[in-house]
Design a protein around this ligand. Sequence first.
Ligand code: PAF
Length: 281
Amino acid sequence: MKIIRSIQDMQSYTMRLQMQGQSIGFVPTMGALHEGHRSLVRRARDENDIVVVSIFVNPLQFGPKEDYKRYPRRFAQDEALLVKDHVDVLFAPGADAIYPQGYTTVVDVPALTRTLCGPFRRGHFQGVATVVAKLFEIVQPTRAYFGEKDYQQIRVIARMIDDLAMPVRLVACSTVREKDGLACSSRNRYLSRKEREEAIKLYQALYLGRELIDQKIMLNPQKLVRRLMDVLKTIPHGRVDYLSVVDPVTLEPMKRIHRPALLAGAIWIGKTRLIDNVIIP
Ligand code: PAF
C-alpha cells in the first residue's frame, strides 16, 4: 500500500490512473477505523480497479466545544488494517495541506442542515461538505463510499454532488452494527463498560419505533417520539439531543408518518455523543 501525504502527489497519481482508464473507489475517513469503515473498503474493492482511503481528522467539522483534540488517532493500527484489506493508497494529508494559511472557501448545503444534527452542531455539515469537496478535487474518484449511520451527511453530500455537477457516484452503504445492535462508530471507543451497556438503548428505541410504524400501531410522530423517549429516559447519564421522524429525502419532520420514513436520533451518554437511525422503506 502506498502512503501519500501531499496533495500534488495524490493528484499526479490520480491523473495517471485516469489516463489508463482505471476506476477509483474512494473511502474518506477520519481514521480510528472499525468494521463499518471496513465494509466500505470491501465494497469499494469489489467495484473499482483502485481503492483510495483518506485519513484526515477535519478540524472544520468540529465545534469549539467538541472533541477535535481527543478524537482517537491510531494511524499505525489503521494502516495495518488497510494493508490487510488490500487498499492501494492511503491518502493522509496534514491540516496545513488541506487548510493552508489564508484558506477561506466553504461549501454550504443549507436546506438539508436545518433539522436533525444541524441545529445541535452548527457549522458541522459545512465543514463536512467543504472537506469532502476538496478531497473529491484531489482524489477525483469514480465512486465514493459513505455509511448510512451518518444519514444526514450522505444527503448533504448527495445534494452537493448534484448541485455542483461533480463527476462522482455516491454509494451509500448499510450501517454495520455490533452483535447487540449498537452502530459501529469511532466514538464508541470513548464509552466506559457501563456506558457501552447503556448505548444500546438508542438502537432499541429506534428498533421499537420501526416496529410500531411497520405494524401501523403508531403513525402520529409526536406520540411515537414520546413513546420512544420513555426508553431513552432510562439511561442514567443520558441526554437526548433529538429523536425525529423525517422524510428521508428532504429531512423535514413529518406531520403524519408515511413511508418511506427515517427515524433518527442523537443522544449523549456522559461525554459521548452518539447518533443512529433506521430507514423505514
Ligand atoms: O464520516 C466521516 O468520517 C467524516 O465526516 C468525513 C466524511 C470523512 C469527512 O471528514
